[in-house]
Design a protein around this ligand. Structure first.
Ligand SMILES: Nc1ncnc2c1ncn2[C@@H]1O[C@H](COP(=O)(O)OP(=O)(O)OP(=O)(O)O)[C@@H](O)[C@H]1O
Length: 921
């Protein structure tokens, strides 16, 4: 029977069935036939029916159905999950209709959830919401929350050093609106943009994990455009169309934030951003089943004010991830992230993804880095304190949401206790930014004290059984704890006394839910039982008794225990409310911790990697002395060293640098290092150079390599041209452009023409600082025509027939590409290399064919050529009537004949022969 049919049938009918959940086929074992709805339903247990009802409400999720200590998955969910999670797929049933199922233990569910989320799936958690046996029928179960790639609160599912944003988008003919919401911290941003590309640029800074779009739009052209620019978004979810509707969304946001107008958030004139923000917040509340009290702020994000970069430029420059495997290793972030806290790590990633656009802010960061890099003792001191600070943002988020436990309170308390020390250390600094961080860090002493006094050092994970409130914090709790512990002691005393009184050595005081505490006497000792024992129950080998004294103590012990747990829970809630109240102050402190940690990380890199402070100003100059590539220099093997290079760009005479040089010489490396140096400087970091002057850039554009977007349905050349077109349309005289081998995706002449025209346009109309690497050596001639074009090349030396890469950038154009030498180095078969050399020689002779193309020799088939030559009488009389050749080829024939006579080079003769052969074929 088809699974969906079974599910549909379950929805349609309601029949009481046997209780055993494992028996999900008809009691008689008969196979239900297709379409036999009622019988199919009759074949389900109440549990399976409940499952199917819940699943019908959450069809787009993998449903985790709680059964005892396991989450079980059934039907397609089980098939999918067992494959992804690599767990055994079993079947529950008898007969032919087997229901696929698999399960995972409740206690280790988080890592399984993380894997499913990582695949872009949603997981609905269905829990038992009442005690077993507390009502008639099977226990009630409900979905308590839905975890989606963009909606994660669980510590174990979240990647500590990565942000986890949901991006909601809404658009109409006027433009695009977006909202970014981090469920675990409550961070909430909204923005508007003129196009999908512009919006994607803003969203990409935080690498959102999920895109929320209005229902029915998943496959729209707009979503396709956004997704193609946000390649790291693993999932697209749809939300109710009405939730995006601006007026309704505005009402929803006003009521959530309890404000009259959204003007304080900068959203009163931003209907598209409002629509996206309203839908994002609703999605959070719907999936997490929470009022989302921790989302207590919303801010409008403006594009201006930071250095803009689109996702593909960020990817080309390997800012956050390496292109090799998408990991941090091999990326700029991988090198510069020396942060201690997760807060700092996330902050640093944001700084690199979105460097600053304002000089005072850049200088403030640079001042801080300068001070910290000079004082290693301070760095050590600050690092020591930061090691004690947990993820304040996420802890507060969890606790404010009502999802945290006593361990979170403890971790928060310990962290808060460190903050005044951190504040005091920062207050000693000279740099104004560092000093300004001290204030928020010293603003929470009461909460730190409260948590230190109230929560034990090592609280249990579960709240239900108490045991996490510190002795001395609450008098009534202390009394109850005393009562329940002393009550237990009293029971032990009673047991010892009764053993002695009765002479029954095996007498035991035991407990069960039906009788509470009782005295158990084995059958062989019954004759010793005193008259005041009241018999309660007989079991196989023993009898159970109670006494009035025992019952009185039972009352004390049990009620004290119960009241103690209830009181601890109440105290926990009170503490949690205090944390929620202080959330804005904790967040400011978290922000200060993150900033200090990120600055410290920059300082550590500056001092350990030999970076220098860049001069950043409002000019359009970009001048780097002895610059290095921050990542390549750290990846070189033992014995290798990075060769530093100077690059100077100036609007007067060096605005466009044409860089030529052999393959593998280091063209891409030098261009990327210039872009990364500018980016690092604007992020507030020192740079890998002896000296650097960076005129503030408004954007960095790159067109590097053949980013293969075939998956997006575009050819490599089309992608190249689309990206180039984007650059030509958006670059300004403040931009920095990196163009690597423009035009290489098409034929030589087309490519050269395009490259030339692009360079001319950038020089004449855009005046952006441009680095242009090319293998078209003809472009070197542009410098003769355009005053602001400078030629640079990377030096190589030929020695003993080998090419030695010197990696040094020198003035002038390269004379050769050495592509064949590189191909040889790469291990191409010697036969192929030899043939390539032969062809190259021919091409370089500059001879053109009849169509005006450079002539490429075709290696003749010796046998056919001999026949052709014989037919033409080349070596004497024709052996057969010569074919009539068109006039153009008569000339070739003449040349060939004279070649034979005049002993021209064998290569020329062969070429002519080959040409003739082609004609004859
Ligand atoms: N300045 C340098 N010092 C040391 N090693 C370098 C330097 N520049 C480049 N390299 C090394 O040379 C390798 C090739 O450099 P790169 O990819 O920049 O060459 P390219 O000229 O762009 O080559 P192609 O034209 O084939 O794309 C790099 O991976 C790096 O390991």
């Amino acid at each position: 029977m088809a699974v969906t049919q079974q599910m549909k049938a379950a929805k349609a009918a309601a029949v009481e069935l046997p209780v055993d959940p494992t028996q999900d086929v008809a009691p008689d074992g008969e196979k239900a036939s297709e379409g036999s709805g009622a019988r199919e339903i009759a074949s389900l247990t109440p549990m399976m029916r409940q499952y199917l009802e819940v699943k019908a409400l959450h069809p787009d999720t993998v449903l985790f159905f709680r059964l005892g200590d396991f989450y079980e998955m059934f039907f397609e969910d089980a098939v999918k999950a067992s494959e992804i999670l690599q767990i055994t797929l079993t079947a529950r049933a008898k007969g032919a209709d087997k229901v696929p199922m698999c399960g995972i233990p409740y206690h280790s569910s988080r890592r399984y959830i993380a894997r499913l989320i990582g695949e872009g799936l949603k997981v609905a958690i269905c829990e038992q919401v009442e005690e077993a046996g507390s009502g008639p029928g099977i226990v009630r179960r409900e979905v308590t929350r839905v975890i989606t790639p963009g909606m994660v609160l669980d510590e174990e599912v979240l990647e500590p050093r990565d942000s986890n944003f949901l991006a909601a988008v809404y658009w109409n003919e006027k433009g695009f609106g977006g909202a970014l919401l981090e469920a675990s911290t409550g961070e909430f941003l909204a923005m508007e943009a003129g196009s999908a590309a512009e919006l994607a640029e803003s969203l990409s800074r935080v690498e959102p994990r999920e895109l929320l779009v209005p229902a029915g739009q998943r496959n729209s052209a707009e979503v396709a455009q956004l997704c193609s620019r946000l390649p790291r978004v693993p999932a697209v979810a749809e939300g109710e169309v009405a939730a995006f509707e601006p007026a309704r969304a505005a009402g929803y946001l006003r009521s959530h934030f309890a404000v009259q107008s959204l003007s304080a958030f900068g959203l009163d004139d931003a209907p598209l951003a409002t629509g996206a923000a309203g839908a994002a917040l609703r999605y959070l509340k719907d999936t997490q089943k929470t009022p989302a009290a921790h989302v207590d702020r919303l801010s409008r994000q403006e594009r201006s004010g930071s250095l803009l970069m689109d996702e593909s430029s960020r990817a080309n420059l390997e800012v956050l991830r390496s292109q090799r495997d998408g990991g941090r290793k091999g990326s700029l972030l991988g090198v510069l992230d020396r942060t201690v806290t997760s807060l700092g790590a996330r902050k640093l990633a944001r700084w690199l993804a979105s460097p600053l656009g304002s000089l005072p802010e850049i200088h403030a960061r640079l001042d801080s880095v300068e001070e910290l890099s000079a004082k290693s003792v301070w760095r050590e001191e600050l690092t020591g304190i930061l090691k004690e600070v947990a993820d304040l943002e996420r802890l507060t988020g969890r606790l404010s949401l009502g999802a945290g436990n006593a361990r979170d309170l403890r971790a928060l308390g310990v962290s808060l206790a460190q903050l005044p020390r951190l504040g005091a250390a920062l207050a000693r600094c000279q740099a104004s930014l560092l000093q300004s961080l001290a204030g928020p860090l010293t603003a929470l002493p009461e909460l730190a004290n409260l948590l230190a006094r109230s929560v034990v050092d090592e609280p249990p994970v579960a709240l239900k059984e108490g045991g996490f409130i510190r002795q001395g914090y609450h008098a009534e709790l202390d009394r109850l704890v005393e009562l329940s512990t002393s009550g237990k002691d009293v029971l032990l005393k009673i047991e010892a006394r009764e053993k002695e009184r009765t002479g029954i050595g095996s007498l035991k005081i035991r407990y069960n839910k039906v009788f509470g505490y009782y005295l158990e006497v084995t059958k062989s000792n019954l004759h010793l039982v005193p008259a005041d024992y009241i018999r309660k129950q007989t079991t196989v080998g023993a009898e159970r008794f109670v006494t009035p004294e025992l019952k009185e103590h039972e009352e004390q012990v049990l009620t004290a225990e119960e009241r103690r747990c209830a009181l601890e829970l109440q105290l926990f809630e009170e503490l949690r409310a205090k944390v929620a109240q202080a959330a804005p102050r904790i967040r400011s402190a978290a922000e200060a911790v993150a900033t200090a940690d990120a600055l410290l990380s920059f300082a550590r890199c500056a001092s350990e990697y030999g970076y220098t402070r860049p001069e950043v100003d409002a000019s359009e100059v970009l001048s780097i002395t002895a610059g290095r590539h921050p990542v390549v220099e750290r990846m070189l093997g033992a014995g290798e060293s990075f060769v530093p290079n100077d690059v100077r760009m100036d609007p007067e005479d060096a605005q466009l640098l044409v860089i030529t040089g052999p393959n593998m010489a280091g063209k891409s490396t030098v261009m990327r290092q210039v872009a990364l140096t500018a980016l690092m400087a604007q992020a507030g970091s020192f740079v890998p150079a002896k000296a650097a002057r960076i005129g503030l850039c408004d954007r960095i554009f790159t067109r590097v390599g053949a980013a293969d977007n075939l998956a997006r349905g575009q050819s490599t050349f089309m992608v190249e041209m689309t990206e180039t077109s984007h650059i030509l349309h958006h670059a300004t005289n403040k931009s920095l452009i990196i163009l690597d081998e423009i035009g290489r995706g098409t034929s030589t002449f087309d490519g050269l023409s395009i490259a030339w025209a692009v360079a001319e346009h950038l020089h004449d109309h855009v005046s952006a600082r441009t680095l242009f690497a090319t293998h078209y050596h003809e472009l070197v001639d542009l410098a003769r025509e355009r005053s602001k074009v400078k030629n640079l090349c990377i030096a190589v030396k030929e020695q003993g027939g080998k090419v030695i890469f010197l990696r040094k950038l020198i003035p002038g154009g390269a004379s050769r590409s050495y592509g064949i030498e590189v191909a040889k180095l790469a291990g191409l078969p010697s036969e192929v290399v030899g043939r390539a050399r032969e062809l190259l020689q021919n091409l370089e002779s500059g001879e053109l064919d009849d169509a005006g193309r450079p002539r490429v020799a075709v290696r003749p088939n010796p046998k056919k050529a001999a026949v052709a030559a014989g037919q033409l009488g080349l070596f004497g009389e024709p052996v057969a009537p010569a074919p009539t050749l068109p006039a153009s080829h008569q000339k070739a024939l003449e040349v060939l004949k004279s070649a034979a006579i005049n002993n021209l080079t064998p290569l020329d003769a062969l070429n002519l022969l080959a040409k003739l052969q082609r004609e004859l074929e």
